[in-house]
Design a binder for this molecule. Sequence first.
Ligand code: FES
Length: 106
Amino acid sequence: MVKITYIGSGGEEHVVDVDAGRSVMRGAVENDVRGIIGECGGSCLCATCHVYVDPAWLDRVGAKSETEELLLEEVCDLQPNSRLSCQIDVSDALEGLRVRLPEKQV
Ligand code: FES
C-alpha cells in the first residue's frame, strides 16, 4: 500500500492507502475522496480526474502522453503541474505523493 494525500480545494487533507498498480484516480474514487469523478473509468477521455501534483513530486509521476496533454487543454484552471490522475500509476516510488484537487472538474 502506498500513502497518497489528496488535498481538497478547501485545504482539507485525505490520506489514503492505495494499492500499487492502481491509478491515483482509482485511489480517490474507491476511497470516497470527493472532487475526483473519473467518469470515463480511466480511459483518458473525460478529464474529470484533474489534479495538481505537488511540484516536489512532478518528476516522479512520469511524463504526460500526447493524449493527456490534449485532454488537459479542456480543464478549468490549467496549471503547469496539472495532470489527469487516471494517467498516474501508483507505485512504491510514490509513497507520500501529494495532489491537490481543483475547485471543479472540467
Ligand atoms: Fe477520464 Fe481520467 S478518468 S480522463
